[in-house]
Each structure stands twice: as C-alpha cells, then as structure tokens.
Write a protein that binds this ligand. Structure first.
Ligand code: 6MZ
Length: 371
C-alpha cells in the first residue's frame, strides 16, 4: 500500500462515523459464518465444502446476494447464534469508530426452532447487552424500561476514555416476501419494543419479489404511529414502485440507483436523505462503477446523504473503507469527508438528546482531525 493511501485509510478509520444502513445478517464476519457452517457440516445439515466456497467468493450479483441470505439464515437463525452475531457486529462497528449505529434486521418466525418475531428480537437485544469490548448505549435516558439497564445511558460521550462508546438503535425490516399481515405484525412489534431501542421500520428484501401495495398498509400504520421509515428504493428499475415510494415520502431512502430524470428531480425536490451504499451498488450492478455512482451528482447538489455499508460481511467492506472510496474516487478533502460524516447525525432516527450528544462529539473531534 502506498504511504499516502495508508495515511488516508488510517484517517478514515479514526473519523467518528454514523452508520444508518447495515443489515444484521449481511454484516456477519466471514470467520463466524465459516465456523457456523463447519458445525452444521459436521451435523450433516449442509455440505461444508460447497458452502465454504460460496462464503469466500468475492463477486456478488444481486440475485446471488439473495441466494446467499437464504444460506446465511440457515446458519444463523437460532436464538443463541442471533445473540452471538449481534454482539460481534456491534463490536466490529465500534472498533472502527462508528459512534452511532442503526442495525436493521428482519424479525423471523421459525417454528422448528421455537422462534417468534418477538423472541428473535429478544435474542438480538441480548446480543447488544452482551457486548463487553465497548460500552453500548442502547436506550435514550428518558425511555421507560422495566429492568435496570446493564448499559448505562449517558448524555456525554466523554467519561471513561478507556472504553469506546457506541449508540445502537434497531430498525425492524419488513421482507418483501412477507404478506400484509406479517408486515403489520412487524410494525406492531416495533411499537411494542419502542422502549427497547427499536426506533424505525425498513422495507427490504429481493427487489424483484413482491408488490408495493402488499406492504403499504403496514407502512401507513407505521406512519400513523409516528415510527420513522426507511425504504429500499430503485435497486431495480421498477418505475411504478419508485414513483409510489417517492409519493409515500419516507424519512429516508436506501440506494436510489435506477431513477429516471423525473424521479431524480422529484427526489431532489423532496430532499429525502439517502443512505448511499457504494460498494454494494457497484457489486450488485445498481451503479455501473464507483466513478459513475450517483453519489457524485447528489453530493454536488448538496442533497442530504450518509455513507453506509449495507452488508459489510457480504461485500467485504467497512464504513471506513466507504469513506476512503469517496476520497479516492471523488477527491474529497479531509474537511469535506468530516463534514459528510458529521451531516449524517442530522438523519439519525434517534431523538434530540442523542443528536445533541453526537453533534458535540463531532465538534470536539473536528479540530483534531481537520487541522
Ligand atoms: C435489499 C437487502 C439487501 O434482516 O436477516 N437485505 N435487501 N437489498 C439489499 N442489497 C444488497 N441486503 C440485505 O439481514 C439480511 C436481509 O436483509 C435484506 C434481505 O431481506 C436479507 O435477507 P437480516 O438481518
């Protein structure tokens, strides 16, 4: 690695970062997936050698991604494993200086494992509480809870400097394969778990599966309940759906790859913040190349943006790497990168208390990192 590249990569690592688009099962370490695959291989549930090659492969088309998620879910969907991967994913993000993380995951029913959507989410929360390497701030200081918190909320990110701190919030994903009723269940669960760190709803899943109308009642319900919503938009060129999503006007949008001129115009006039996933979009063909990624256009018109990983495990990336790619591809300076990271604070779904703390954290980091 050139000295300059190394220095820039280190700087991107040191930069405090906000991650707003990370799917839990897409962010699992390869080493964990391999270990889980080995265990299931030994039990004869899968053929380890076949699975190993799939996990270690680099290129991922969009259809391949969704085949892989089928495999990942076989490997990860029991309570203890969900707890384990959640713990590891949070630790990995914290270790690279993500200071605020919204993890999204699809609550899953799995009768064979005695799993309900609620018990799946309880396993996720158990994972958040099991993190030891860093201090996880899970709840707002004013949220109601039955039990004393193991991770003490703090209004200041200062305090114990020996331990990194990370704010973690949860978004519940509706999978596009789900029925209207199943999607409504997820929204109801989000409401029930609002005091346990669940702050939003996501619509995701294979973009060539399902119809917008199927999820609309659940999204409308979330809107009525005041739950912030983010929607995967335009991963494929589905004109009717892109229009409908823009008309629905969610609080944030993911990807926005395949928009036509009118849709770009509309997106820009609505100023809906966009979760930009560079590596993911290039790998899955949503963007033709890094150089031609729509980041450049949106950035140039000052559209609200935040850089995100999408599936850091699946695409072998990290949030620091996404910042590095922006620097190396589009020539942004350190001051501009810092501003980009700082601006993301304004698009978090967490409340004003958390925003205030994050703003302060960036204010303090600015001098050190940009002079
Ligand atoms: C759409 C995606 C996605 O929920 O099991 N997911 N949906 N587009 C993408 N771009 C590549 N990446 C991930 O995490 C995995 C699930 O997240 C969604 C898919 O529904 C996938 O099954 P969880 O934790």
């Amino acid at each position: 690695m050139e000295k300059e590249e190394e220095e820039m990569r280190e700087w991107c690592l040191a930069l405090p970062k906000v991650e707003l688009h990370a799917h839990l099962n897409g962010s699992v370490r390869d080493s964990t997936l391999l270990e889980l695959a080995k265990q299931l291989g030994d039990k004869g549930v899968i053929v380890f050698e076949d699975v190993k090659d799939v996990i270690m492969k680099n290129g991922r088309s969009l259809p391949e991604c969704f085949q892989l998620f089928e495999l990942y879910h076989i490997l990860t969907t029991d309570h203890d494993t969900v707890t384990r991967i959640t713990k590891e994913v949070v630790e990995d993000f914290a270790m690279e200086n993500v200071v605020y993380l919204e993890i999204r995951t699809t609550p899953k029913n799995n009768e064979a494992k005695g799993m309900t959507k609620q018990s799946y989410m309880n396993a996720v929360i158990k994972g958040l509480k099991a993190v030891e390497a860093v201090e996880v701030v899970l709840f707002d200081s004013n949220s109601r809870t039955d039990k004393p918190l193991t991770c003490a909320p703090s209004s200041e990110l200062g305090g114990d400097v020996s331990k990194k701190k990370i704010y973690v919030k949860l978004l519940l994903s509706i999978d596009r394969r789900e029925t209207t009723l199943a999607a409504l269940d997820t929204v109801n669960l989000a409401m029930e778990m609002k005091d346990q760190g669940v702050i939003g709803i996501d619509l995701s899943g294979n973009p060539v599966v399902g119809e917008w109308e199927t999820y609309l009642p659940a999204l409308e319900r979330a809107k009525q309940l005041g739950i912030p919503i983010t929607v995967h938009c335009g991963e494929v060129a589905n004109r009717k759906e892109i229009q409908a999503v823009l008309d629905f006007c969610p609080q944030r949008l993911g990807h926005v790859c395949c928009l036509n001129d009118d849709e770009w115009k509309k997106l820009k006039s609505l100023m809906i913040p966009v979760e930009i996933c560079l590596t993911s979009n290039v790998m899955t063909g949503g963007a033709p190349s890094l150089e031609l990624h729509h980041f450049a256009d949106l950035y140039n018109v000052k559209h609200p943006l935040s850089l995100c990983t999408d599936d850091s495990g699946l695409f072998s990336t990290s949030l620091s790497n996404e910042y590095y790619l922006v620097a190396s591809t589009f020539g942004l300076s350190k001051a501009e990168l810092f501003q980009l990271a700082q601006d993301a604070v304004e698009f978090v779904f967490a409340g004003d208390e958390v925003k205030k703390t994050l703003r302060e954290l960036f204010r303090r980091a600015e001098k050190e990192l940009t002079t």
